[in-house]
Design a protein around this ligand. Structure first.
Ligand SMILES: [Zn+2]
Ligand SMILES: [Zn+2]
Length: 327
C-alpha cells in the first residue's frame, strides 16, 4: 500500500510503499477513501507537538470501508463504511476514562500521531473508537465531520448557552460550528485574519450576523467566543469581546504564547477554557445531530500524492472550508 509519511518534523511528507498491516483482535483493516486535512496535522508536521522519533503517517478524519475485521469485532462488517477519528485508543480504567472524560486519558493514543493515520491507502483502527457515518454524506463530505465537526461541537457545548457567539479563525471547524449555532438560533460573529475578505464572505454566506477582522472590537458584547486560530494574542482580544460571565473557549491543540493582560478583562466571572481531543460520546451525539441541521461541509479535494500541497494551502490560510485527500 502507498502512504504519505515523514520522519523529521519540518520536512515534507514522502510517498512510501509498505505492506498493508493485518488487524489484531478488535481491530479493522480499512481501505481509505477520504481523509480530512486538519490543522493538527500541520502542528505535527511542523514539529509544534512533541516528535515521536519515528515515521508518522498523519490523518485523523478518515472515511473508508472495512476490508478485514479482526477476531472479536461485532459492531462492523466487511464492506461497511466507517469513520475513524483522532481518539484512537484509551486505557479504559484510569480516573478520566471511568468518569466519561476519556479525552483526557494520560495513556490515550491518537490516530495520525501515535497510530498511523489516513494519509494512506489502508489503515488499521481499533473498532471500539470507530463511528458509523450518516448516509447522507459522501466520503469526502463526511471526512471533516470527524475532527473539525467533533471538536467544533465539543467547543460549542463548552461555550454554554450563548446567544451571541464569536468565532475567531474561520476555517474547517468554524464553518461547521456556524451552522450548528444558526440551527440553535445563536448569532455568529466571525473574526478572521485582517483583510481576509474571502473568509468573511464565506462566514456571512453561512449565516453569520457579522464578519470582520480579528483586530477590530466586536460590534456588540458577546456571550462566548471560540478560538480556532492558534494565535495566543486572540485570547485577550476575545476576553475583551465577551460580556461579564462570558466564556472564551480555546479549541486548538497548540497555540502561540498568550500575552500578559490586565486582570480587569477576566474579572466579572469571565472564563478561559480549553478543549482537548474528543470522547466517543461527542462523536455519537454530533454525528446524530449533523444530518438533522443539516450541516453541509464545504470541501476542497486533493489527491493523496498532493498531501504536501494541501498542507501548504492550509498553512497559508487559503482553503475555503475543509481540505480533504481523496484516495
Ligand atoms: Zn485512561
Ligand atoms: Zn483534527
Amino acid at each position: 500500500m502507498r502512504c504519505m509519511q515523514f520522519h523529521e518534523p519540518g520536512t515534507p511528507l514522502e510517498s512510501v510503499t509498505k505492506d498493508a498491516p493485518a488487524p489484531r483482535p478488535g481491530q479493522l483493516l480499512v481501505r481509505v477513501s477520504a481523509c480530512g486535512v486538519c490543522r493538527t496535522d500541520l502542528h505535527i508536521v511542523d514539529g509544534e507537538l512533541p516528535a515521536l522519533g519515528r515515521a508518522i503517517v498523519p490523518g485523523h478524519e478518515i472515511v473508508g470501508v472495512v476490508e478485514v475485521a479482526g477476531p472479536g469485532v461485532e459492531r462492523f462488517e466487511i464492506g461497511q463504511r466507517v469513520g475513524i477519528p483522532w481518539l484512537g485508543w484509551t486505557c479504559g480504567h484510569c480516573d478520566y476514562c471511568v468518569s466519561g472524560r476519556e479525552n483526557l486519558c494520560d495513556q490515550a493514543r491518537f490516530t495520525g500521531y501515535q497510530i498511523d493515520g489516513g494519509y494512506a491507502e489502508y489503515v488499521i483502527a481499533d473498532s471500539r473508537y470507530c463511528f458509523v457515518l450518516p448516509e447522507s454524506y459522501s466520503d469526502a463530505e463526511a471526512a471533516p465531520l470527524l475532527c473539525a465537526g467533533l471538536i467544533g461541537y465539543r467547543s460549542l457545548v463548552m461555550a454554554g448557552p450563548a446567544k451571541r457567539l464569536g468565532i475567531y479563525g474561520f476555517g474547517a471547524a468554524a464553518h461547521i460550528v456556524a451552522q450548528l449555532a444558526r440551527y440553535r438560533d445563536v448569532h455568529v460573529y466571525a473574526f478572521t485574519s485582517p483583510g481576509d475578505a474571502a473568509a468573511q464572505k464565506f462566514a456571512l454566506a453561512l449565516g453569520a450576523a457579522w464578519a470582520g477582522d480579528s483586530t477590530v472590537p466586536a460590534p456588540e458584547p458577546l456571550d462566548a467566543a471560540i478560538l480556532f486560530a492558534p494565535v495566543g494574542s486572540l485570547v485577550p482580544a476575545a476576553l475583551r469581546a465577551v460580556a461579564k460571565g462570558g466564556t472564551v473557549v480555546c479549541a486548538g491543540i497548540h497555540m502561540s504564547d498568550i500575552p500578559a493582560f490586565p486582570y480587569h478583562i477576566l474579572w466579572g466571572e469571565r472564563r478561559i477554557v480549553s478543549v482537548a481531543n474528543l470522547t466517543r460520546k461527542d462523536g455519537i451525539d454530533f454525528l446524530a445531530l449533523a444530518p438533522k441541521v443539516p450541516v453541509k461541509t464545504t470541501v476542497e479535494t486533493f489527491p493523496l500524492a498532493h498531501a504536501n500541497e494541501a498542507l501548504a494551502r492550509l498553512r497559508g490560510g487559503s482553503v475555503n472550508g475543509a481540505a480533504v485527500l481523496t484516495i
